[in-house]
Design a protein around this ligand. Structure first.
Ligand code: ADP
Length: 369
């Protein structure tokens, strides 16, 4: 049983006992919250062990003294509650411990009319833990909002590619239909390609939805060479359009990784698109996409081009958000790519291509077979 110190003896304890009801003393002792009994002047008439412990005093150090000793100077507004008819009020005020520290608490006051006048029962709850929890939740929400903001910037960027591809396929189909004797099979083929890009755009959206709902996206075992091969197909049309000769050499074996397929494809598409864009006004236009196993447990992917190389002014912050040297660039492709690779416990970097141009590389951990 909790210890209790109640000097007030006029709570009809005897009558309660006689009727088999628990008296106030017993109820205060059993309560999990701090309870203080005050008179109309604000003098503490009694308090339970919870309340004493909350403020770091022994009950005897408080009884008979003004309740104000348990609150900072600035918090004397609780006195408003100590007027007959006023109570029922529950407010958040600061409490003052014996050691001088201040903590948030909730004070609820109810009034008991007794022979000597009114007594007030104050129910005290320490809010420090709740405040810490609320602060934690706020921080978490802010972090998540930041992340969602980044994802939204990324989404605008990532959807550009499939939307542009869909537009290109539809234009191509329209032009082709104006030719003499267009073949139905060929048109169906073009529409299938457009359809694949619509599917890809919806996968990108699904990924974002999943991320917002769960804070992460689903990862599954995949053969990385296959994932890269598909991602290369997405950008084949763009490379051809700019007369870029692409070599694909997917030699890594084994190549099993646990990844979010759509995200890793996004990274490859970003690197390939950057390579094509870097070379579009360049005489030598070659791109090589390759994979190999390094250090026994990592799979490395390289996207090498023969363009102008990494611009000096952005070399040190290539992967930072909003770094761009393109007139209409968003500067988010590489920063998203880095977030994705790091969320897969990998690493991404860029180096000059020894023969001229740039090489963007990333490594991912291989899955245990
Ligand atoms: P954006 O493509 O919108 O500019 P990115 O984050 O994808 O954003 O790229 C940032 C910058 O990195 C580019 O503007 C360009 O200056 C540089 N960059 C990226 N890839 C290459 C590359 N293959 N060759 C040369 N510069 C590159």
């Amino acid at each position: 049983m909790r210890s209790l110190s109640i000097s007030e003896s006029s709570f009809a304890a005897n009558a309660a006992q006689a009727e088999g009801r628990p008296d106030l003393t017993t109820m205060m002792a059993a309560a999990f919250d701090g309870i203080v009994v005050l008179d109309e002047r604000g003098t503490v008439r009694s308090l339970n062990a919870e309340a004493a412990a909350l403020f770091g005093y022994a009950p005897d150090e408080v009884i008979g003294r003004d309740f104000g000793m348990l609150t900072p100077e600035s918090e004397r507004s609780y006195r408003d509650c100590l007027r007959p008819g006023a109570p029922g009020v529950c407010r958040r005020i600061d409490g003052l411990r014996k050691d001088g520290s201040v903590f948030p608490m909730e004070l609820g006051v109810s009034e008991i009319a007794c022979e000597q006048g009114s007594l007030f029962i104050g129910l005290i709850r320490d809010l420090s833990q709740r405040r810490r929890f609320e602060q934690g939740v706020q921080e978490l929400q802010a972090n998540r909002l930041d992340l969602i903001e980044n994802m939204a910037a990324g989404l605008a960027h990532e959807l550009k590619q499939p939307l542009a591809a869909i537009g290109a396929y539809l234009n191509f189909a329209r032009r082709y239909l104006n030719e003499e004797n267009p073949s139905v099979e060929k048109v169906a083929e073009i529409l299938d390609s457009a359809d694949a890009q619509i599917f890809r755009a919806s996968e990108i959206m699904d990924n974002l939805r999943q991320f917002i709902a769960r804070g992460e996206t689903a990862k599954t075992p995949q053969n990385l060479n296959d994932v890269i091969r598909t991602a290369c197909e997405f950008t084949d049309a763009l490379a051809r359009q700019h007369n870029v000769i692409t070599t694909v050499d997917l030699a890594a074996s084994p190549d099993l990784v646990v990844i979010n397929k759509v995200q890793i494809q996004q990274v490859v598409v970003n690197l390939k698109r950057n390579a094509v864009e870097a070379m579009q006004n360049w005489s030598q236009r070659e791109m090589r996409v390759s994979t190999c196993v390094v250090e026994g447990n990592l799979i490395r992917v390289d996207v090498a081009d023969t363009g102008p190389g990494l611009p000096e002014e952005v070399q040190s912050r290539l992967f930072a958000q909003f770094t761009t040297t393109k007139p209409h660039g968003l500067g988010v492709g590489l920063s998203i790519s880095r977030s994705i690779i790091e969320a897969h416990n990998g690493k991404i970097w860029a180096e000059p291509n020894p023969g001229g141009g740039a090489v963007f590389s990333f490594v991912l951990p291989l899955a245990d077979a």
